[in-house]
Design a protein around this ligand. Structure first.
Ligand SMILES: Cc1ncc(CN)c(N)n1
Length: 230
């Protein structure tokens, strides 16, 4: 399956490959949103881009404690120490990401302080919070984490393809998530999630699938908001 290959469904397939097929339509809506396609085609409305930038900064600040909670679950539940290294690498790159947002916001004159989260952003952050509790299994949280990163990787890598007409001033944004290292990182998260799911009960696997679907829905809502559709 096209999308699955790109984000690393893992050599052995696993539940994630199955879900990418089963929820293909929603996955495509999340990764080929009109906002992303407008960047790729060079027709993006810069006010949409600026709205996305300001809102995504708020999201990423909330995403950090979520990733920290995944790290804590990994520490408690995994028997593979490399999971910790990979998640810790993700936290380190979020540190860079925050600095990048500050620079980019200043370049585009987007105020970061006092910028209120819009409803789809609030909903998404509330969903992240619901996954942070100690009652949520590692398999569920790591699946959601992979999906959140994979949607951005797949979306922004589209804007770097040879046929793209991405505006020069937006190339840095697209490279941030569309680059090869970030793709490899998503592949690692996907492998961890598949491995963890292979050992999970049927009930936990069902909850992880639900979390995957929720992430896709929230990502579509987030892009819609950027596009001025909220
Ligand atoms: C809404 C959203 N989804 C995912 C990412 C990638 N960390 C992000 N920055 N923002």
């Amino acid at each position: 399956m096209e999308g699955g290959d790109k984000v690393g469904k893992g050599e052995d397939g696993g539940p994630i490959a199955t879900w990418l097929n089963k929820h293909r339509q929603l996955y495509l809506e999340a990764t080929r949103h009109p906002f992303i396609l407008s960047i790729k085609h060079g027709s993006v409305d810069i006010s949409s881009f600026k709205r996305w930038l300001g809102q995504d900064y708020i999201f990423v600040r909330e995403f950090i404690p979520f990733v920290a909670s995944v790290l804590l679950k990994a520490w408690k539940e995994t028997d593979d120490a490399s999971d910790i290294d990979i998640i810790l690498g993700g936290i380190a790159s979020l540190n860079d990401e925050i600095s990048w947002f500050k620079k980019e916001a200043s370049k585009w004159n987007v105020p970061l302080s006092g910028n209120a989260p819009q409803k789809p952003n609030q909903d998404y952050c509330r969903f992240l919070e619901s996954l942070m509790g100690s009652n949520i299994e590692y398999s569920v949280a790591i699946t959601a984490f992979w999906a959140i990163e994979a949607v951005y990787q797949e979306s922004f890598s589209l804007c770097l393809e040879d046929d793209s007409r991405t505006p020069e001033e937006l190339m840095g944004t697209c490279q941030r998530w569309g680059n090869e290292d970030f793709r490899q990182y998503c592949c690692s998260l996907c492998r961890i999630a598949n491995r963890s799911l292979a050992k999970a009960t049927a009930d936990v696997v069902r909850k992880a699938e639900e979390a995957f679907v929720h992430v896709l829905e929230k990502e579509v809502g987030f892009w819609n908001m950027s596009y001025g559709d909220s």
